[in-house]
Ligand binder design. Sequence first.
Ligand code: KG4
Ligand code: ZN
Length: 363
Amino acid sequence: MILTDSVFRPQVTRSLSYTCLMLVLGIETSCDETGLALLDSDTGVLAQHLHSQVDMHVAYGGVVPELASRDHIRRVLPLLDKVLRDAARQLSDIDAIAVTAGPGLAGALLVGASIGHALGYALDRPVIDVHHLEGHLLSPMLSRPAPEFPFIALLVSGGHTQLMRVAECGVYELLGETLDDAAGEAFDKTAQLLGLGYPGGPAISRLAEFGSPGELKLPRPMLAQDNLDFSFSGLKTAVSVAVRRLGASNLCEQSRADIALEFVTAMVDVLAAKAIRALERTGSKTLVVAGGVGANQQLRTRLTSEVARRDARVFFPPLELCTDNGVMIALAGLAKMKRASPQNVNGLGFSVRPRWSLADSTA
Ligand code: KG4
Ligand code: ZN
């Protein structure tokens, strides 16, 4: 892409009515996926592109932060070109830019944020700092039919496992969360123990399909505790013990599949039970599932049948929007603009927040 002088010349700040129709560019670079999307506030997603760094990190068994940042640098502008081309739009058509400002890997966040803020400055458009989890949380709004507020959200990603009461866009109450490993993290670590590589979630889920229930019984951590918190590090440790007991080096394919099945079942038992408990405690009839682990088919099937038995409904984001992407960031940016004009219009300074609580992000 060629950014001409005229594009870069700062202009008088265009005053935008934040309730008018607008085209929002979403930029996501918080971890190992570069996601860009153009979202029209009226017609929805015009174009989106995603580059996954899985192939680059697979040799290391996990994300290498410095490699991630460098790759984002290579990807963002070519992906921006692609979304503009697919949407048949130009840079100057963009009304606002939403960037993931945290939480995530500091260097990776800085790439998306610096490019987003530079574009905002050059185009004289507002830049909205988006909380990554708010993006996940709102992504089921793009499923049809979309859920209505208020609802209970089960956020299950690589870094977070939380139950949240969502009164409306921007009003989030934390009901419970993991005390140690996140659900996705437990999937990834367990996959490594089973020699499945990275990322573990999809690999374990596929392997589990060939498993059969047997003698192995893994714990259901904190299931019996009358609260909405989670803990998954013990589950991973129990897998490690089982693998050692069965003889790690000569574990046959069937044993690995059986362990995978029991692991996924234990995980789904706990996530589903606590999500249902959150519905019952709050009297809500709507559950929304978001984050990478929300792509898990076993979890989807279980929650669908559990909520149906309680005359409630469950909403999942479209599969392609479960994991990190630019669409959810554009969507959360649009929602944020509707409730408050961005503070940092055309400022030269910006910052990212590798650690950022969702409760602090709504101002
Ligand atoms: O939301 P996400 O893309 O990134 C974070 O914000 O963390 O979630 C990534 C996580 C990884 O831990 C990955 O193993 C897990 O989501 N994941 C899955 C599945 N697909 C991705 N876990 C279980 N089953 C899946 N099908
Ligand atoms: Zn994520």
